[in-house]
Ligand binder design. Structure first.
Ligand code: NAD
Ligand code: UFG
Length: 340
């Protein structure tokens, strides 16, 4: 299948790995990104890995005229929509930026798609839409909850408005992919996660401690009702996540309306288990100190990935050791990320 796919946010962490997977699968790819949280270097490296480059358009999903021009210039078959802002802490201090980029941006993108006659959309959602889940593991029929921050609310709002859109017009074929905790990097060590400033998420923080950029990890709470008192999450390799997008794209070409799939492994690991696994993979010590809980965090969260297995034929294949080894290869080969 040699469809042309528009990837919004395709220069970013998950978008660049998925762009690579699309190119490797024989798709034509147009990337639209405003580079507010990424660098073109990621796409140059995608080309180094697979010998093919996506077509890059520097632009913004909030720019309707720009989108119209893009859809007029390229015959797009489907859109993978990664573009958005993702820092939970920043969303609390700058909520309007988050609602404008994530919610208004998605509305404008959907309007431009409809005007261009493009109705296949895969949206990057998050397990955060479940809020404080009443049961574990979390399956898709667990009702969405109350996210604890504007970032999470923006994801839930987009899910709901896309559902309304699909109810209004049967031509829409939409996948809402609820990611659990994406980690890891491409096995080449050429592309990976390159957070801006001090990382908020656990694994980028741990890997920057291992490389010596940061001194020690603050473990946010060791008094949760979990295996060792620290928070438990479902970490999923970014390459498995990328494969999940290709499967979702294939599936929505056959089914109309909204389909929701969790993308997780079904297995949870604690913060201390993650630190130990990273020490093993890197051969470096990762000093840590237990501090207070981080407001808004839940004790544990992992996916029931059965629905994606049954409906997409997709299952996360890569184990924790590989997530750690690939993160370390990327981090040690690119201590400053793409900026060198
Ligand atoms: P990222 O920041 O690396 O990638 C997002 C990309 O979108 C960046 O390249 C950025 O420059 C671009 N962008 C942002 N606003 C834009 C706009 N208005 N117009 C055009 N481009 C814009 O983040 P990521 O980790 O790759 O996440 C991708 C998507 O997945 C996001 O929507 C995020 O909310 C979602 N998600 C991420 C995680 C995670 O832990 N990484 C978890 C769940 C969901
Ligand atoms: N943690 C620490 N120290 C740190 C960072 C994190 O102890 O420096 C702990 C957290 O308390 C939590 C676990 O490590 O128990 C994971 O935290 P992350 O910040 O890496 O991830 P979250 O589960 O909090 O959230 C992530 C994304 C959200 C997304 C969610 C579900 O940041 O955007 O996964 O997909 F919504």
């Amino acid at each position: 299948m040699a469809d042309t796919i528009l990837v919004t946010g395709g220069a970013g962490y998950i978008g660049s790995h998925t762009t690579l997977a699309l190119l490797e699968a024989g798709h034509e790819v147009v990337v639209l990104d405003n580079l507010c949280n990424s660098s073109l270097e990621s796409l140059r490296r995608v080309e180094r890995i697979c010998g093919k480059a996506p077509l890059f358009v520097q632009g913004d999903i909030r720019d309707r005229a720009g989108l119209d021009a893009l859809f007029a210039a390229h015959k797009i078959d489907a859109v993978l929509h990664f573009a958005g802002l993702k820092s939970v802490g920043q969303s609390v201090s700058q909520p309007l930026e988050y609602y404008e980029n994530n919610v208004a941006g998605s509305v404008i993108l959907a309007q431009a798609m409809a005007a261009a006659g493009v109705f296949q959309l895969v949206f990057s959602s998050s397990a955060t839409v479940y809020g404080e889940p009443a049961q574990m593991p979390i399956s898709e029929d667990v009702p969405t909850g109350t996210p604890t921050n504007p970032y999470g609310r923006s994801k839930l709002m987009v899910e709901e408005l896309l559902q309304d859109l699909a109810d209004s017009d049967p031509r829409w074929r939409i996948a809402l992919l609820r990611y659990f905790n994406p980690v890891g990097a491409h096995t080449s060590g050429l592309i990976g996660e390159d957070p801006n400033g001090i990382p908020n998420n656990l694994l980028p923080y741990v890997s920057q401690v291992a490389i010596g950029t940061l001194k020690q990890v603050s473990v946010f709470g060791a008094d949760y009702p979990t295996v060792d008192g620290t928070g438990v999450r479902d970490y999923i390799h970014v390459l498995d996540l990328a494969d999940g997008h290709l499967k979702a794209l294939q599936a929505i070409s056959q089914r109309s309306g909204v389909s929701i799939w969790n993308l997780g492994t079904g297995v949870g690991y604690s913060v201390l288990q993650m630190i130990r696994a990273f020490e093993q993979a890197s051969g470096r010590p990762v000093p840590y100190q237990v501090v207070d809980r981080r407001p808004g965090d839940i004790a544990e969260c992992w996916a029931d990935p059965t629905k994606a297995a049954q409906e997409l034929g997709w299952k996360a294949e890569r184990c924790l050791a590989q997530m750690m080894a690939d993160t370390w290869r990327w981090q040690s080969g690119n201590p400053q990320g793409y900026a060198q």
